[in-house]
Structures are given as structure tokens and as C-alpha cells.
Design a protein around this ligand. Structure first.
Ligand SMILES: NC(=O)C1=CN([C@@H]2O[C@H](COP(=O)(O)OP(=O)(O)OC[C@H]3O[C@@H](n4cnc5c(N)ncnc54)[C@H](OP(=O)(O)O)[C@@H]3O)[C@@H](O)[C@H]2O)C=CC1
Ligand SMILES: O=C1O[C@H](COP(=O)(O)O)[C@@H](O)[C@H](O)[C@H]1O
Length: 591
């Protein structure tokens, strides 16, 4: 169904109401392309695009461009792989025929005036540019209601750009070059007309080249669907791909999340939706699978036979400052547990995927989530921080935030015990703990191993055998590290044992700056790599686990246990762990 709009100043334009779904059309074309024999010239063009050229060395987090072909796979003989059905590289003809090297990439940040855009998205885009990871012809557009000129947007962005610590050369030049590619269009989120104007501006920059368009929804969730509707009908690409990165929250329970997915899918197909969970883009979370699947020493231990419990810990040493209005509607369980921690848990516990392809990994993750028992009230402890005076300084309580109702029962802390009912993990407690306004900022995964059977040295540990068990810690932040607590003989005469760390401290081993999660995820979205984004069935399964509990907490008006700002959280968390024979690893003296 084609529609006619004539809002562009120079000419009228034809839009297809389903054009946002153009990846589907291109998949259809792909089946035709696949039957072709790929000439060696074409192959070498792809190769050189991957490995040479200053620009367009697009590398996804899988280590090679998903849209191209793995060079290890006997490229010359094979047609494109499944992943390469992505329109970015394929189109309906070979790159040279379509002039595909002349493609353009437009990234539109919707909600450009906001906190996330300023602090994370624009800096991440600049970092990608700085590292020569963006294609030659790229444009960044900001879109929001706030009236701003291009120059004002550039000023705003420039305040948060930084150059890599280890590569400061040409920093100012690079910033100038980047800022010149940034533009702004003010508009309403539900105005098709305003999106048509945006489309005109995008077209002007694209100069009739193959256009690929990425929209980043950095806006409150109640306007996601309006934006997707307007963008799909008025500003999607007509000859390349169109993708949309959607920020959390993806609903607040199974029902609202399902409704959001249904609405988005009126305008987009699943493959166009990139639901971001920025924890999946963190270096150590990426490393979890590498550690497990590419080292012989871990995978054989990765089951109930050797692992006593696993802990996923998130703590922040600041409150909801400035985000109380948003937070009060969601609470810590929805803000951190149902997404960030649960995603890490799924990655941690999944079976070995068939390959590193997005669908293979996401298939395994969803199986884990579907094998889990939905949480009940007795499986959780909730808390809320209260004001506190320390060393002459006053720290506000959660309800002191003027945007939070005085009688709010919203948890700012929660601890939970989860179980995976499958052969590998039967009976192993997976504990989660997440809190704001605690004594420290950290995120880590802790794996506590079982006792050594018939340990010859047990009398050297006294009665507390837990103190002698091995513990593997992946410190996601700050100061990324992987360390394994082992028992060791203290040097000297006699036999004194000590628990020490085999320590891989990233800053010591890899003295280059670790990229921000948003960089990796933006690059993946540009590349069409979906591995680190949440598929709709994963999301459904995640909500199924948490929705009954969330409803019960709200219906029964469960009062959170108060804990002082800057403390270690409610003591209830210790009792919960103790009920499952667990001690929180982050609270022991040698944590
Ligand atoms: N900030 C963060 O650290 C994180 C944010 N997120 C998610 O990212 C998204 C963006 O977050 P953030 O930048 O903090 O959000 P903001 O509240 O800063 O909103 C972003 C922009 O959206 C517009 N906006 C705000 N409220 C409304 C409203 N009620 N109706 C219409 N437009 C509105 C404003 O732009 P204008 O008025 O100019 O139109 C604002 O600049 C949200 O979905 C959030 O949950 C996820 C993880 C972390
Ligand atoms: O998604 C969110 O994450 C941040 C914490 O992210 P981090 O990368 O700084 O650890 C959290 O503060 C926020 O409440 C939540 O919405």
C-alpha cells in the first residue's frame, strides 16, 4: 500500500506503509541472490572491506562482520551465511553492481535532549568514529521536542565527548569532524509531519545512495509506539535497512510488555527491533562465555556437581537522584533484576550453543529462563533506603526525593533466590542482590564451589569449611577482574593455609581503556548482530518469572525493610541467603 506525501520542499515522495518492514522484502530478494555464484572479485571486495580501508572496518562483537562471511569458513566456495542475509551487505545484487560501497548510514537519536543520549549515546557514537568503526558516509541526527539548532546540539554533545585515554592524538580534529556530521531536527514524537521533515533532511544527506537507517529510542516508554509508527510511516529507508534500538523498560509486567511487543510489531518485524540491555555489552559479561567455553578447566565444573551456588550482585553507592519519578513506577526488581541480572544468569547457565550465531545463543538463553520457577514472595527480600547522617553529612532517604510519594513502598533494594529446574542446575540456588544507595558501587558474578570431599587439609581450616571452598569472581565493574579464590600454603615452616586469589586484573593485563557497553551495542546494531539484544520470547520468559511476584508485592502492599543510605542493605538478605545455605561472597572479609 503506497501513500503520497508532499511535505518535502522540493518534490513529493512515495512512502510505503510497510516500508519499515523492508528487511522482510530484502530477505525475499536474498533467496534470489543466494543462487548466484560469488565471483572471486566480489569475495575479495568483501575481504578488503573487512580488513583494509581506514573506514568501514565494521566488526561486530562476534569478532567478524556478521553481515559478511567468516573468512575461516571457506568464503570463496560458499554463498552468504544465514546471518549475511542482512541487507546491509547484500542488497539485491553484488556490492559492486549496486554501488553498495556508496551506502550511507543515518543514526537518529530520538530523545536527543535527554540524559541517556547526552551521557552515553553520543559519546559512544563518537568513540566508534574515533576508532574508525563507523562507515565513511554516516550522519547522526538528534530528534526531540526541545527547540535547538544544529549548532546547539553540537555544543551540547561536545561537552560529553572524550578521546580514548591511550590514543589522544588528533582528538580535537576528530571531535570537529564528528560534530560536523551531527544535525538536529526538533519535532513532536507523535507527528507524522515532523517525521516527514526528518525524512527530507535524512534524504538530503544520503544523496540518493543506498540508505541504512538506525533509530535509537532514548525516550520514556509511553511514547515508543508513537515514534515507531511515525518513523515507520514517514522516515524509514526505502532502499536499505531500517532498525530501531529500543531502550528499557520493556513494559512493567507480562501484560504490558506483551502489549508493547504487539504494538511495535504492527510496524516492525522482530529482526528490526534491537531491545537493548546495556549489561550484555559490558566487557566482563561478554567474557563470561569466553571463559567458560574456551577454557577446558571451567566447563566441566559448570553444574550442580561442583557448584554450590551462584550470586549476581549489583550495588550502587548513590540513590535515585534525579530519576525518582521514573524509578518509583518500576522499582529495583524491574530496573535491574528482571533484565540486567537475569540476562547474565541466562548466559551463565545456558547449555553450549550450537554456534555463536545470535539465534543459537538466544535459543539457549530462553531455555534457561523457561526452566526456571517463577518467583514467590518467600523467595525475596525487599528494602528501601532511608536518610542517614554520616561524618557530618546528610544523605537523603528515597522518599525525601520530591518526585517520590511520601508513602512509597517501591523497593530500592531486593535480594532473591532463583532455581533452574533442569538436569544441570537442579537444587543450585542462584541468588541475586541489587540495591541503590549502598556502601559501594559494584557489579559481580560469584560462583561458590562445593567443599573438597575428604579434604586432607580440613583441620587446617578449623570448623568453617565454607571458608575453604573455591570461589570464582567475575567483577563486571568497577575495575574489571576475574579472580579465583584458591587455598594455598603460606610459605614457611609448618603448614598454614591461606585463601588467596589467582587474579586477572584487567587494567594490569590489558592497559587499554575498556570500551563502554553502548559502543559495542551500537556497533552490533549497525552490523545487524543481534546476539546481545533481547528477543521477544526471552523477554516474555523473563516477565513470566517476575510478574506474579511483582503483582503480589503490590497487591499485598509489602513494606520494604528500611536500610540506611550507604549501608550494606537490609539484614533480611542474609537470612534469605542463609535459608539456602549461602553466604553472600561480597560480604566476607576476603571478598
Ligand atoms: N538515563 C539512564 O541512565 C538510563 C535510561 N534508560 C532508558 O532510556 C530512555 C531515556 O532515558 P533518559 O534520557 O534518562 O530519559 P529522559 O527523561 O531524559 O528523557 C529523554 C527525552 O525524552 C523527552 N521526554 C521526557 N519526558 C517526556 C514525556 N513525558 N513525554 C514526551 N517526551 C518526554 C525529553 O525530550 P524533549 O522534551 O526535548 O522532547 C527528554 O530529553 C528511557 O526509556 C530510560 O528508561 C535506560 C538505562 C539507563
Ligand atoms: O539500567 C540501569 O542501569 C543503571 C546502571 O548502569 P551502569 O552501567 O552504570 O552500572 C542504573 O543506575 C539505572 O537505575 C538502571 O535503569
Amino acid at each position: 500500500m503506497a501513500r503520497q506525501f508532499s511535505s518535502c520542499s522540493s518534490s513529493s515522495a512515495t512512502f510505503s506503509t510497510s516500508s519499515f518492514r523492508n528487511e522482510t522484502h530484502l530477505y525475499t530478494k536474498f533467496t534470489i541472490v543466494q543462487t548466484r555464484t560469488y565471483s572471486s572479485t566480489w569475495v575479495s571486495q568483501v575481504r578488503s572491506r573487512i580488513y583494509s580501508g581506514k573506514h568501514f572496518v565494521l566488526k561486530s562483537s562476534n569478532g567478524y562482520p556478521v553481515n559478511a562471511v567468516s573468512l575461516q569458513d571457506g568464503l570463496a566456495e560458499k554463498p552468504l551465511s544465514r546471518e549475511s542475509s542482512d541487507p546491509l551487505l547484500m542488497g539485491s545484487s553484488t556490492p559492486s553492481e549496486s554501488g553498495e560501497t556508496e551506502s550511507t548510514l543515518s543514526i537518529t537519536v530520538i530523545g536527543a535532549s535527554g540524559d541517556l543520549a547526552r551521557k552515553k549515546i553520543f559519546p559512544a557514537l563518537f568513540a566508534l568514529f574515533y576508532e574508525d568503526c563507523l562507515p565513511e558516509n554516516f550522519t547522526v541526527f538528534g530528534y526531540a521536542r526541545t527547540k535547538m539548532t544544529d549548532e546547539e546540539l553540537r555544543n551540547m554533545i561536545s561537552q560529553t565527548l572524550t578521546c580514548r585515554i591511550d590514543k589522544r592524538e588528533n582528538c580535537d580534529d576528530k571531535m570537529d569532524q564528528f560534530l560536523k556530521r551531527c544535525f538536529y531536527h526538533p519535532g513532536q514524537y507523535d507527528s507524522e509531519e515532523n517525521f516527514s521533515e526528518l525524512d527530507c533532511k535524512l534524504k538530503a544527506k544520503e544523496e540518493n545512495k543506498l540508505s541504512n537507517r538506525l533509530f535509537y529510542l532514548s525516550i520514556p516508554p509511553n511514547i515508543f509506539v508513537d515514534v515507531v509508527r511515525c518513523a515507520s510511516q514517514r522516515a524509514s529507508s526505502k532502499n536499505g535497512w531500517t532498525r530501531v534500538i529500543v531502550e528499557k523498560p520493556f513494559g512493567r509486567d507480562s501484560e504490558s510488555s506483551g502489549e508493547l511487543t504487539r504494538c511495535l510489531k504492527q510496524y516492525l518485524i522482530e529482526d528490526q527491533i534491537f531491545r537493548i540491555d546495556h549489561y550484555l555489552g559490558k566487557e566482563l559479561v561478554e567474557n563470561l562465555s569466553v571463559l567458560r567455553f574456551s577454557n577446558l578447566v571451567f566447563e566441566p565444573l559448570w553444574s550442580r556437581n561442583y557448584i554450590r551456588n551462584v550470586q549476581f550482585i549489583f550495588s550502587e553507592d548513590f540513590g535515585t537522584e534525579g530519576r525518582g519519578g521514573y524509578f518509583d513506577h518500576y522499582g529495583i526488581i524491574r530496573d535491574i533484576m528482571q533484565n540486567h541480572l537475569l540476562q547474565i544468569l541466562a548466559l551463565f547457565a545456558m547449555e553450549t550453543p550450537v554456534s555463536l550465531d545470535a539465534e543459537d545463543i538466544r535459543n539457549e538463553k530462553v531455555k534457561v529462563l523457561r526452566s526456571m520457577k517463577p518467583l514467590q514472595l518467600e523467595d525475596v527480600v525487599v528494602g528501601q533506603y532511608k536518610g542517614h547522617n554520616k561524618s557530618g553529612k546528610t544523605y537523603p532517604g528515597y522518599i525525601d526525593d520530591p518526585t517520590v510519594p511520601q508513602d512509597s513502598l517501591t523497593p530500592t533494594f531486593a535480594a532473591a533466590a532463583l532455581f533452574i529446574n533442569n538436569a544441570r542446575w537442579d537444587g543450585v540456588p542462584f541468588l541475586m542482590k541489587a540495591g541503590k544507595a549502598l556502601h559501594t558501587r559494584c557489579a559481580e558474578i560469584r560462583v561458590q564451589f562445593r567443599h573438597v570431599p575428604g579434604n586432607l587439609y580440613k583441620r587446617n581450616f578449623g570448623t568453617d569449611l565454607d571458608k575453604a571452598t573455591n570461589e570464582l569472581v567475575l567483577r563486571v565493574q568497577p575495575d574489571e577482574a576475574i579472580y579465583l579464590k584458591i587455598n594455598n600454603k603460606v610459605p614457611g615452616l609448618g603448614m598454614r593455609l591461606d585463601r588467596s586469589d589467582l587474579n586477572l586484573l584487567f587494567r594490569a593485563r590489558y592497559p587499554r581503556e575498556v570500551p563502554d557497553a553502548y559502543e559495542r551495542l551500537l556497533l552490533d546494531a549497525i552490523e545487524g548482530e543481534r546476539r546481545l539484544f533481547i528477543r521477544s520470547d526471552e523477554l516474555d520468559a523473563a516477565w513470566t518469572l517476575f510478574t506474579p511476584l511483582l503483582k503480589e508485592l503490590e497487591e499485598k502492599k509489602i513494606a520494604p525493610e528500611l536500610y540506611p543510605y550507604g549501608s550494606r542493605g537490609p539484614v533480611g538478605a542474609h537470612y534469605l541467603a542463609a535459608r539456602h545455605n549461602v553466604r553472600w561472597g561480597d560480604l566476607t572479609e576476603d571478598s
